[in-house]
Design a protein around this ligand. Structure first.
Ligand code: PLP
Length: 312
């Protein structure tokens, strides 16, 4: 049997992820009219599942879709996808699509669509390469494209409107970097495809606060900084702030806390992953292994049945 690439749930069925499709006429495809979220699972337990579900709920409300199942059903479907995939560690995507307009048409009144819930599990991945432990990632602050402003596409809503991110990705790769970081229209650092950006400068940990997705891992980093007694806050940052930082790192569901050692052509600090970054990364994984905000699949799939009170 070939190795599992993952299991998807769509239209009430589980299937190999390769076989799951979106109808050509679903505005999720033709208009990117869909919201999603991604939760990771390690050793049979989701990490911060409730935070991901809460963000998904807010995303759904913003674009006015309603998943056709309860959150309990979503939890169960997501755990099923993970368990059926057979991965020890995975990322589970979950989406609510607009669904086709009334009568299966390509156009019409979006309020009359049949919204759909889709989920799928894929092997756990690192959003920037993690096979060079002493090198860290090479980021590229894009010069030819800016992040779409919140006024056009609310970046707090996890969306697939990614033409800006993808174009910047090409620019980064063409310049030999691993991934791009995009500036806002005002010239401040926002985020990259799949991650938030952080710097350490003079003992303070800083991250952009505007025009970006507020990552669940970003929230985790604030918690890790508080644990470590580090002052951490949101701030407007420029490309020069990144290049002059003592340390730079990114945070993502796909990889946790990951060091950055080169921004465009400028090495950060001494060019090696920073000590604070490494500590935050180690603590992230240590806390996860100790059960930090974890929800075991078994709690979802085999909930304990409360003992009936005995008659006396
Ligand atoms: N920013 C963008 C655009 C993302 O797509 C993601 C995650 O995929 C993030 C930031 C990081 O968010 P999280 O920490 O919830 O994975």
């Amino acid at each position: 049997m070939s190795e599992s690439k993952g299991i998807a749930y769509s239209q009430g069925r589980y299937m190999p992820v390769d076989e799951a499709t979106i109808p050509l006429l679903d505005p999720a495809f033709t208009k990117s009219d869909v919201v999603f979220d991604v939760v990771s699972a390690w050793d049979g337990a989701f990490f911060k599942l409730e935070d991901h579900l809460a963000r998904f709920r807010r995303s759904c409300e913003y674009i006015r879709v309603k998943p056709p199942c309860s959150e309990d059903e979503m939890r169960r479907i997501m755990a099923e996808c993970a368990v059926r995939s057979g991965f020890d560690n995975c990322c589970v995507y979950f989406l609510c699509t607009r669904g086709r307009y009334a009568g299966g048409a390509a156009t019409g009144d979006p309020r009359e669509s049949e919204n759909e819930f889709i989920a799928y599990a894929v092997p756990y991945y690192w959003i920037v390469p993690n096979d060079r432990p002493n090198a860290g990632a090479h980021l590229w602050v894009a010069e030819t494209i800016r992040r779409a402003p919140n006024e056009a596409i609310n970046q707090r809503v996890k969306n697939f409107n990614r033409m800006d991110l993808t174009r910047a990705h090409f620019e980064a790769l063409d310049n030999g970097a691993d991934a791009p970081v995009l500036l806002s229209l005002d010239g401040y650092i926002t985020e990259g495809p799949g991650f938030n950006v952080w710097i350490l400068k003079d003992g303070k940990v800083l991250t952009p606060g505007e025009n970006l997705l507020e990552g669940i891992t970003r929230q985790s980093v604030f918690e890790l900084c508080a644990d470590a007694g580090l002052q951490a806050e949101a701030a407007d940052l420029t490309k020069a702030d990144l290049q002059d930082a003592d340390e730079v790192f990114v945070s993502s569901t796909g990889g946790g806390v990951m060091a950055v050692t080169l921004i465009n052509d400028k090495p950060i600090g001494n060019g090696a992953p920073g000590i604070t970054t490494s500590k935050l990364s180690d603590n992230y994984w240590k806390k996860r292994s100790e059960g930090w905000d974890s929800t075991p699949f078994s709690d979802i799939l085999e909930p304990e049945i409360p003992q009936a009170a005995g008659a006396d």
